[in-house]
Write a protein that binds this ligand. Structure first.
Ligand SMILES: Nc1ncnc2c1ncn2[C@@H]1O[C@H](COP(=O)(O)OP(=O)(O)OP(=O)(O)O)[C@@H](O)[C@H]1O
Ligand SMILES: [Mg+2]
Length: 256
């Protein structure tokens, strides 16, 4: 079971879109996929037609009883979705309180990893969506990741956010946790604009090792898919945005 974490401290860069696109593609390929929504806003849940307000259980419950994680208690939180082989570990607004209540407690960085360990063998790939906030949830998502994917919007401001994110990876590495190997995925790329082209060259200069060789283009079908509450590959399998994510997935699987 591979664990992939999609993360960036900057908001609106395409994290959730990346998670749901890769997950939809994996499910189409016959893989068993679990997506984990760690964002208290629950955008990933919304994408999959799950209303977080009405849920009896969520990821929050696992954080409330970190010493009592069992396969059964973790499975009890997971929901099937309309997509075959695609399951969801849902968020709830209560997750927003975690930093205040649990953040400083020792060992709280490994709750999600311990929960996913209970599910080993049940999924081929787990993909974790993060909120754009450096806190206990992001630390948990990074601590258990086999691979970290950093979507970066191809515009100037997004690059500044990326430098902060990379500094966080380094801090985590120095804190005795494992090194974070990450792949930068340029998103919302529009080759007609100077801003996109400049941002891409800046990324290539600053992160030659980590930058994915291709880009995710700007594609209005992503917004349409979220409105239809379907993963983009299930909504519009042939659009160019999905084709780009397919290329990314091929590479991720090759390196897995
Ligand atoms: N390649 C793309 N082309 C066009 N629109 C896109 C693309 N990727 C994402 N979007 C749209 O941009 C918006 C933000 O994307 P998304 O929700 O994936 O970002 P995010 O990083 O998860 O945001 P947040 O930090 O708020 O969680 C959404 O409306 C989404 O449909
Ligand atoms: Mg999001």
């Amino acid at each position: 079971m591979q664990i992939w974490t999609v993360v960036n401290q900057k908001g609106g860069v395409g994290k959730t879109t990346t998670v749901i696109s890769l997950a939809g593609l994996l499910a189409q390929q016959g893989k068993r996929v679990l997506v984990v929504d760690t964002d208290p806003h629950g955008s990933l849940c919304y994408y999959l037609g799950v209303e977080t307000e009405t849920l009896e259980r969520s990821l929050f419950d696992l954080f409330c009883h970190p010493d009592q994680l069992t396969t059964a208690s973790c499975q009890a939180v997971i929901l099937p979705t309309a997509i075959e082989r695609l399951h969801l570990l849902p968020a709830s607004t209560a997750l927003a309180t975690l930093d205040r209540t649990l953040g400083a407690q020792l060992g709280m960085g490994f709750v999600l990893g311990n929960a996913l360990a209970q599910l080993a063998g049940r999924y081929d790939v787990v993909i974790i969506d993060c909120p754009p906030v450096l806190g206990v949830l992001m630390v948990n998502a990074l601590a258990c990741a086999d691979r970290v994917i950093v979507p970066v919007q191809t515009e100037y401001l997004a690059l500044k956010g990326l430098a902060r994110m990379v500094a966080t990876f380094e801090q985590m590495a120095h804190g005795g946790r494992r090194t974070v190997n990450f792949t930068i995925v340029p998103t919302m790329f529009d080759r007609r604009t100077k801003a996109s082209m400049q941002a891409l060259s800046a990324l290539a200069r600053s992160y030659p090792q980590q930058l994915w060789h291709s880009v995710i283009p700007v594609d209005t079908r992503f917004r349409d898919a979220s409105q239809a509450q379907l993963p983009p590959p299930q909504f519009a399998a042939d659009c160019r945005g999905v084709a780009a994510y397919r290329e990314l997935l091929d590479e991720l699987l090759e390196q897995a």
